[in-house]
Write a protein that binds this ligand. Structure first.
Ligand SMILES: Cc1ncc(COP(=O)(O)O)c(C=O)c1O
Length: 473
């Protein structure tokens, strides 16, 4: 069998084997090869195919042979012709010629997902971001495209300080900012550095996220202790017994319970940190979305020597950007920059410069102004659906962010409700799995960031049905 490999350009990505002795027309062989490539996933949906002339040259056939193959596959729905004369793999596969036997009945397809951490990425400001990418590619000097200092690009340090000091009340100097790949990497670097500086025990909120700090700290040999969270964030009085060297905190919107740490408790946290020489890691993950009350300034502004401010673009723009920033006390900056270089030699420069330009043009502020009412409407839709369908659930922490916790009445078991909800096609998390020190009141976490108002209302109606079922036993 003669194997024709395409020559240059995009045709190189398309391997087609032609057998000139097979007695099968060449256009049929090309069709079959592309069809099976699409079915097997080797040619992904939306992928561009080589121009017919290029592919014909590479396969040593006339262009008409390739045109015929492409036309047949367009007619079958495998390919689409685009204006501009190029051909792509269709976005959805046509059904196979013979349908498989009906699948056995399983759990219902998921209809609504209240999973947390889903920013509405369909609202990503693509046009404005593109303007910034263009500006950067047109104007950035060559010396920005080399290996840089582990802290990142100076333009972003400047732009972030302007933004954070203006909007979050931080006290940040450009020389102290470290850019990282989201909060996840920032906190990983911090834990390494704190362990190297002799930290042995790290305190976290109970409940709190269970997927980064706890895992990373234990892996670094640190003991993790939980500080109970009440209605307004951690019970600061409990902090004193922890003997912790560091405390990870979400003071402006506790995750997941939504409390805002009051001024007196903030002052107490700072006093504790100063007395112990401890570090407070301030995870300011969703401070930008605040609906019912004036924003609360960052803790870092009160004690820049004891607080590491951590910010992220994951909630405001998109988690896929992997853009985050740390503002540590000056004594930790060098070690963090070194750890960042060791981890990955620095975050992608073009993204950093783009974000710097985006901030400096005021596009970030504009995007937040546009998104606040969008999330607020979703939050309002959630609260009114809860009032109508489930008035005995008690929403809390509703003033900010992209999620709400609602506490369950004592007759309802959290795990049972979560399981019953799944049976009704609703994905939702309980608070229980995020607890450290044992059971507490049952609660549900409603992430509404990426759900439209109708989906929010449908989700609550599904939950009401599930709860009705639980109650009927
Ligand atoms: C409590 C908390 N902080 C921060 C983040 C953001 O993490 P990253 O910046 O790594 O996307 C998340 C993500 O869901 C989170 O739950």
């Amino acid at each position: 069998m003669g194997r024709s490999r395409t020559g240059s350009g995009p045709a190189e990505d398309l391997l087609i084997e032609l057998d000139r002795e097979a007695g099968v027309a060449l256009h049929r062989q090309i069709e079959a090869s592309i069809r099976s490539g699409i079915r097997a996933g080797r040619l992904r949906q939306g992928a561009s195919l080589p121009p017919t002339r290029t592919l014909a040259t590479c396969l040593g056939v006339s262009r008409g042979v390739v045109v015929e193959a492409y036309q047949q596959l367009v007619a079958e729905g495998y390919l689409v012709s685009r204006s501009g004369g190029y051909t792509q793999v269709a976005a959805a596969l046509p059904p196979p010629a013979t349908l498989p036997a009906a699948a056995p009945a399983g759990p219902p397809a998921r209809r609504v997902d209240f999973g947390y951490g889903r920013t509405d990425v369909s609202q990503f400001p693509r046009a404005a971001w593109l303007r910034s990418v263009r500006t950067v590619l047109t104007t950035a000097p060559n010396d920005r495209f080399v290996y840089l200092d582990g802290r990142g690009v100076p333009e972003l340090h400047e732009a972030l300080c302007d933004y954070l000091n203006r909007v979050r009340g931080t006290s940040a100097a450009p020389g102290d900012v470290v850019i990282c790949n989201g909060y996840g990497q920032g906190v990983a670097l911090l834990i390494q550095v704190l362990a190297r500086h002799g930290a042995r025990r790290i305190a976290v909120e109970d409940p709190s996220a269970d997927d980064d700090v706890r895992v990373l700290a234990r892996a670094a040999g640190l003991e993790v202790v939980g500080v109970p969270v009440g209605r307004d964030g951690i019970e600061v009085g409990e902090l004193h017994g922890t003997d912790a060297d560091a405390l990870v905190l979400t003071p402006s919107h506790q995750w997941p319970t939504g409390g805002v740490l009051p001024a007196s408790a903030r002052a107490e946290v700072i006093r504790w940190a100063r007395r112990r020489g401890a570090i407070v890691v301030e995870d300011d993950y969703d401070a930008e979305y605040r609906y019912d009350r004036a924003p609360v300034g960052a803790l870092q502004g009160l004690a820049p020597d004891h607080v590491v401010y951590c910010g992220t673009a994951s909630k405001t723009l998109a988690p896929g950007l992997r853009l985050g920033w740390l503002v540590p006390p000056p004594r930790l900056v060098g070690d963090l920059a070194e750890a960042k270089l060791l981890a990955d030699r620095g975050s992608p420069v073009i993204d950093q410069l783009t974000f710097a330009d985006f901030l400096a043009r005021g596009e970030f502020d504009r995007h937040l102004r546009r998104m606040r009412p969008v999330y607020r409407r979703r939050r309002d839709a959630l609260l009114s659906a809860l009032r109508v369908h489930l008035p005995d659930l008690e929403p809390a922490g509703v003033a900010a962010g992209q999620h709400v916790v609602a506490w369950l009445p004592p007759d309802l078991d959290e795990a049972e409700v979560v399981t019953a909800a799944a049976r009704h096609g609703l994905a939702i998390n309980g608070v229980g799995p995020y607890r450290i020190g044992g059971p507490g009141p049952g609660g549900l976490i409603f992430g509404y960031g990426s759900l439209g108002e109708r989906a929010v209302a449908e989700g609550v109606a599904l939950l009401a049905r599930a709860i009705g079922e639980v109650r009927r036993g």
